[in-house]
Design a protein around this ligand. Structure first.
Ligand SMILES: *[C@@H]1O[C@H](CO)[C@@H](O)[C@H](O)[C@H]1NC(C)=O
Ligand SMILES: *[C@@H]1O[C@H](CO)[C@@H](O)[C@H](O)[C@H]1NC(C)=O
Ligand SMILES: *[C@@H]1O[C@H](CO)[C@@H](O)[C@H](O)[C@H]1NC(C)=O
Ligand SMILES: *[C@@H]1O[C@H](CO)[C@@H](O)[C@H](O)[C@H]1NC(C)=O
Ligand SMILES: *[C@@H]1O[C@H](CO)[C@@H](O)[C@H](O)[C@H]1NC(C)=O
Length: 585
């Protein structure tokens, strides 16, 4: 009788009776206490538990987590959600993953001892709460039976917070707003990025913007290379090999954490003994809706418009139901889901492909070469992308750190949006293919190899790959809003190596995986520039430590070369493709 009554209550959206959940403060092995909410029915039945650890505020006012709790509750699970250490109502200092592994381990031991649990725990979450599951799993808590790490961050520093330059807007916004870290969060004092630009040094920008010191923001800037601060949370083969439980990961081609989700998946498959029990779904989704198969978590409705791209109905999957099927297998001994290990959606032709990894497709390295006759600056230039190795030439533009390209933050520029608005600037080099005659698909890693020189010791290169459609919209492709490299990182992220001014070097900008078909009537377009502010902090071009640089900034001339100025190396895009060839144009 009681349970029927509770189920009726749960059908009222956004409402949970107080009997359904309660808060406990659970002591960790070092004595600190974490705030934990437990959602369960008042029956005596012992049930499996789904655990999430969040820095975004576990509290019952959070509609997202309450919806989440309701779904699992209605499907025979207990849902337990903790504020990570140093966030929300939990004690201790927030350490950006460094303590989450041990805390998760301690929480699972506690859950397993509680009278309401049957000793089987699965973890759930995406983004931060997806990634921290990996740190728990590598510690092998004996009661953890499976994980669901969706939309997970990639390698520390290299992905967040630097993203191969310094991901300024993310660092300030995540620490100062999205995460529940500065308790009693205040309105920001200064929300206008144009004013941030003149502030020096970057290290104290947190105070200028938010009116308070954000310790984690400063910690990030104090560690601009892989050192012991980052090593602590760097997962290596010997760590992935400890993950002896199944996983199910969702991500999307327009999810900024796609590359992280893919690399963790690949490393789990490669190094874990349960290599057949890891599943990956890559749809045409963004960060927020990827974990639920493209559906909006709150409304359950498909998100049909991602940036300026329209998503077809066949792209959406019942993500929650699939996750339930996965948990029913690993937590309730029901049959194993009959899925292929990888399911990836190709945009353009709008079809799913299934199999393990991308190699199954016999993909080969194909190149489109950059070249121009009179100069590639701006859309008015004559920059070309084609299959023929170019004769010697170069294109130059001036980058002024005081007048960087400003990203239009009113649009979600991280998504596949029309970039035409930016392409008139003379500090953009634009290279465009001829009109596609026969469709070709690129599937897998895309890399931009640049041969370049600059008259300064350090600078940035930022690139966008676009599909130009019949209406001349230049739709940005790829999982990151921007693809870039601060030249000091051209030999890796464990050191900073400055340049000799005007010397010719080469570098590779990793544009991560893409799965897209360029259709007849479309064109391939590449843009190269040196800034996208405030997504990326503007490089002052001085070569100084970026945290404490007081300027003044230096303008630079950036030159891109083609046709073998350096040991046969030329600027080109490297695609993985089966069908890209001369008959395509
Ligand atoms: C990875 O494994 C090594 C060797 O066992 C261990 O010292 C390290 O703490 C592990 N890293 C993480 C993030 O758990
Ligand atoms: C999920 O499963 C429930 C019941 O098992 C079903 O009613 C619902 O339609 C499914 N949702 C989707 C999106 O398939
Ligand atoms: C870019 O330049 C073209 C040609 O001059 C012009 O028609 C167009 O309006 C410009 N676009 C923007 C966004 O300034
Ligand atoms: C530079 O070019 C050479 C080939 O000349 C290549 O072997 C090397 O990997 C390139 N370096 C980078 C950072 O792309
Ligand atoms: C860039 O090159 C042009 C043409 O050689 C020159 O006029 C200009 O002064 C240079 N700018 C910088 C900042 O060196």
């Amino acid at each position: 009788m009681i349970s029927i009554f509770l189920i009726l209550l749960h059908n009222c959206i956004g409402f949970f009776s107080l009997d359904d959940f309660h808060t406990e403060f659970v002591q960790m092995s070092d004595g600190k206490k974490l705030a934990v909410d437990i959602y369960r029915s008042l029956t005596n039945e012992k049930l499996p538990v789904i655990l999430e650890m969040t820095p975004y505020g576990r509290t019952s006012e959070s509609t997202t987590f309450r919806n989440e709790a309701r779904y699992w509750y209605q499907n025979g699970y207990i849902f337990v959600i903790a504020d990570t250490r140093g966030s929300g109502d939990s004690e201790g200092d927030f350490e950006f993953f460094a303590r989450d592994g041990q805390d998760g381990f301690d929480l699972i031991e506690w859950v397993a001892r509680e009278p309401w649990s049957n000793g089987k725990v699965g973890m759930r979450g995406s983004s931060y709460t997806g990634t921290n599951q990996l740190y728990v799993a590598v510690k092998k808590p004996k009661n953890l039976f499976c994980i669901n790490p969706s939309a997970t961050f990639g390698r520390p520093l290299e992905n967040l917070p630097f993203n191969k330059a310094f991901y300024l807007n993310w660092a300030l916004g995540w620490i100062g707003k999205s995460a529940n870290l500065p308790k009693n969060s205040l309105d920001w004092k200064n929300t206008d990025p144009s004013q941030w630009l003149e502030h020096r040094p970057l290290y104290t920008l947190d105070e200028f913007v938010t009116d308070r010191i954000l310790p984690l923001y400063r910690k990030f800037l104090e560690h601009p290379t892989i050192d012991s601060f980052w090593e602590k949370i760097y997962l290596k083969p010997e760590n992935y090999s400890q993950i002896e439980i199944p996983s199910l990961s969702f991500t999307g081609w327009f999810d900024g954490t796609m590359y992280g989700t893919l690399l963790h998946f690949e490393d789990m498959v490669r190094y874990s003994v349960r290599n057949n029990d890891h599943f990956l779904i890559v749809g045409p989704y963004e960060h927020g809706n990827a974990p639920d198969g493209g559906l909006d978590f709150i409304t359950g409705k498909p998100k049909k418009n991602i940036g300026d791209l329209f998503i077809e109905d066949n792209a959406f999957l019942p993500g929650l139901n699939m996750t339930k099927e996965f948990y029913d297998w690993c937590l309730k001994d029901r049959p194993k889901p009959q899925w292929k290990q990888v399911k990836a959606y190709i945009t353009g032709t709008n079809e799913w492909r299934e199999g393990l990894f991308f190699v199954k497709d016999n993909l080969e390295d194909k190149y489109l070469y950059l070249k121009s006759k009179y100069g590639a600056a701006s859309k008015m230039g004559d920059g070309v992308l084609d299959l023929d190795y170019p004769t010697y030439g170069s294109d130059t533009y001036e980058y002024n750190p005081d007048e960087p390209v400003r990203s239009d933050l009113s649009k979600n520029v991280l998504l596949p949006v029309d970039m035409n608005f930016y392409l008139n600037r003379t500090d953009f080099l634009i290279y465009t293919s001829s009109v596609v005659k026969k469709a070709f698909t690129v599937f897998g890693k895309v890399k931009l190899e640049l041969t370049f020189s600059s008259n300064v010791r350090d600078t940035d290169f930022v690139a966008f790959l676009m599909d130009v459609d019949e209406n001349d919209r230049s739709i940005k492709l790829g999982s990151m809003g921007t693809f870039q490299l601060r030249t000091r990182y051209r030999y890796g992220y464990d050191k900073e190596v400055l340049m000799e001014p005007n010397k010719i070097y080469n570098l590779t900008i990793d544009m991560y995986e893409m799965g897209h078909t360029f259709l007849p009537g479309h064109k391939v377009r590449l843009a190269v520039t040196s800034s996208f502010y405030p997504i990326i902090s503007a490089n002052l071009n001085t070569g100084n430590n970026i945290a404490f640089d007081m300027g003044p900034s230096i303008k630079s001339n950036q030159t891109i070369y083609y046709g073998s100025p350096l040991n046969g190396f030329t600027s080109r895009i490297n695609f993985k493709s089966k069908d890209l060839g001369y008959d395509c144009f």
